[in-house]
Design a binder for this molecule. Structure first.
Ligand SMILES: *Cc1c(COP(=O)(O)O)cnc(C)c1O
Length: 437
């Protein structure tokens, strides 16, 4: 099979009359020829938008800019582009201007939870480290849409040093997630420097990279890049395939290089109306992913960011999809369906209900087929009372390895060693009255 299909050859030829197709696989060439205007888009795909649509599109672009790699463009089905899942992720829709009452510029409060430049510290033991403000393509469904195209730059070393200092000064951080923008927009040397600096921090156990390059610019995954990533193990990489159509010869090659390099791969999919809101599409996607050694990690409910109204589905669609996966296919092909809590509460997993009822010694459950079953609980369970004196415990937790920590949240309510009996939200009128009397 030819590496370049007809569409790719046509696009390459139009971009530059004399350009040899051999440039196609050069990621810098791809970036230099990113499509940023509607005219170029029309020209490259041989399509023409109706005049009344044009002015609305231009208006949309002035708020949310356009940028697509020639490679990702070549995946668009020009015959039926209006319904094409690649087109919908890459090309603006006037619906982006419909900003609803509950839409927010920063729904995940990433800016609020930022103690140092580039750092979002939301969970106890891990941080997001935004090391790039740029992407090789602007996904229309970007949750950081407010920032897209704003500040097209890569932070300098001094700025990144502040983030690194924060991580150095917080020994509880054992997992650093390099994010952006797309971290793989950095050149190899710069990336190598950052990875080296993070690796030097002793309490950082794992590094993760979140990148859409394998999907939208697979030629970024060069042998040289893999050699660099390999030096900084344990390093995990999560990518972002949303539709089986994105799994192409080129993206498979990129993934194969990473997997062969010993980088564990995960995938985060966003559930998008008109793109992948179908159990069969998602099932086909997760099967192709595991076939290519990528573990489906999260399925995200679309965030409440501005300009995404037309992409959102009801939560029921996600549950319906999970219902079609759990039990029906391999456990490791099933992602966790999550809502990233508006206001910054983090990811909240959602599943169909499998627990039907329970008594003091029996649980009634249903399985994926609808079979209702019972699980008899032990009569003789001897609970391990936990007073957090782990040195004397029969369960032999070796605390030199396991960090001692205070239980928080629901975990705290369940524990034996904490006396808290309830959690009360702030601004509770009943509690306020108590305090004032
Ligand atoms: C998603 C996310 C993480 C990582 O969460 P995991 O569930 O560990 O993958 C960390 N910090 C922030 C701010 C996040 O949004």
């Amino acid at each position: 099979m030819a590496i370049y299909d007809q569409t790719q050859q046509n696009i390459a030829r139009k971009i530059n009359e004399n350009s040899e197709i051999s440039n196609w696989k050069d990621w810098h060439w791809q970036l230099r020829h990113s499509v940023e205007s509607i005219d170029t888009f029309e020209n490259l795909l041989d399509i023409k938008f109706p005049a009344e649509e044009r002015s609305k599109l231009e208006e949309t672009l002035s708020k949310f800019p356009l940028s697509v790699t020639p490679y990702y463009m070549s995946l668009i089905d020009a015959e039926d582009y209006h319904n094409c899942p690649v087109f919908k992720q890459a090309f603006p829709s006037p619906a982006e201007l419909d900003i609803g009452g509950c839409d927010m510029a920063d729904p995940l409060a990433e800016d609020t939870d930022s103690p140092a430049p580039g750092i979002t510290h939301r969970y106890p033991d891990r941080v997001l480290f935004h090391i790039s403000n740029v992407c090789s393509m602007y996904c229309r469904h970007c949750t950081r849409k407010r920032k897209v195209g704003d500040q097209d730059s890569i932070p300098g070393r001094e700025e990144l040093q502040q983030g690194l200092d924060y991580i150095r000064n917080h020994p509880e951080v054992r997992d650093v997630l390099l994010s952006g923008g797309d971290p793989l927009m950095l050149n190899d040397d710069y990336l190598d420097w950052i990875l080296t600096e993070v690796r030097k921090i002793e309490h950082v156990q794992i590094i993760r990279i979140g990148s859409r390059m394998p999907v939208v610019l697979p030629y970024r995954i060069t042998d040289e890049l893999v050699e660099i990533l390999k030096k900084h193990q344990p390093l995990w990489l999560n990518t972002h395939f949303n539709h089986p159509r994105e799994i192409t010869t080129s993206s498979k090659q990129a993934i194969r290089k990473l997997a062969d390099g010993g980088i564990p791969l995960g995938n985060q999919t966003v559930l998008l109306a008109g793109v992948n809101d179908c159990p069969r599409v998602i099932k086909s996607l997760v099967h192709k992913l595991v076939h290519n050694r990528v573990r489906p990690y999260y399925l995200y409910q679309c965030d409440l960011s501005e300009g995404l109204t037309h992409f959102r589905t009801p939560v029921g669609k996600g549950i319906e999809i999970m219902e079609s996966l759990i039990g029906h296919t391999s456990g490791f092909a099933v992602p966790t369906y999550v809502i990233d809590a508006p206001g910054g509460g983090g990811k909240i997993p959602l599943n169909p209900n499998y627990l039907i009822s329970l008594s003091t010694n029996k649980v009634v459950l249903r399985n994926y087929e609808g079979v209702i079953t019972t699980y008899q609980e032990p009569d003789s369970y001897e609970a391990t009372f936990c007073d957090r004196k782990c040195d004397d415990c029969r369960l032999h937790l070796k605390l030199d390895d396991a960090e001692e920590y205070r239980a928080t949240g629901i975990e705290m309510l369940l524990s034996d060693h904490d006396e808290t009996i309830s959690l009360t939200p702030e601004n509770n009128a009943r509690i306020d009255r108590r305090n004032h009397e």
